[in-house]
Design a protein around this ligand. Structure first.
Ligand code: NI
Length: 177
């Protein structure tokens, strides 16, 4: 187990399209996923994609536990998702604030599909298929974008709603309420 260095925006590895996983249940895949969970926990992230630690494979993890201190934060089950496929359900888009461990200190308002179906495999090759909405749908779309070399700032429509966290949250800022 190891906390790995998270690559930051500007590193060309974050722009690569990652390769599918061919073999499941291997020691190598197990170690990668363990390192990803250690890194996500150390950085207090909601999700992480393998390319963020420099591994160009189609592997993402995510999960948010219910926290009584933040009752507005929706719970997302802890998930390992490999070779994911996402399809939008309906045409509704939703704007929401996002951050990324590869873009530290910043947040931006990003449009995402409000409802999606996603499928893929767990670390042992078991099939995963879910229909989700809200924050869960947002997290999956954000993480899977990493596998195609897309960081969330590229999806922001109004760059006035992109900035450093304390400034955005300061009185008069777009996140002040
Ligand atoms: Ni990210």
């Amino acid at each position: 187990m190891a906390v790995r260095k998270v690559l930051r925006m500007g590193n060309p590895l974050l722009l690569q399209v990652a390769e599918p996983v061919i073999e499941f249940g291997t020691e190598e895949l197990g170690r990668l996923i363990e390192d990803m969970f250690d890194t996500m926990a150390a950085e207090a992230g909601a999700g992480l994609a393998a390319p963020q630690i420099g591994v160009s494979r189609r592997v993402v993890i995510f999960g948010v536990e219910k926290n009584p201190r933040y009752p507005d934060v929706e719970e997302v089950p802890t998930t390992v998702l490999i070779n994911p496929v996402i399809s939008p359900l309906g045409s509704e888009m939703e704007e929401g604030w996002e951050g990324c461990l590869s873009v530290p200190g910043l947040r931006g308002r990003v449009p995402r599909h409000a409802r999606v179906r996603y499928s893929g495999h767990d670390q042992y090759g078991g099939r995963i298929e879910r229909e989700v909405s809200g924050f869960h749908a947002r997290v999956v779309q954000h993480e899977c974008d990493h596998l195609d070399g897309i960081l969330y700032p590229r999806r922001i429509r109004d760059l006035r709603l992109f900035g450093f966290e304390p400034e955005l949250a300061a009185p008069g800022g777009p996140r002040s309420d």
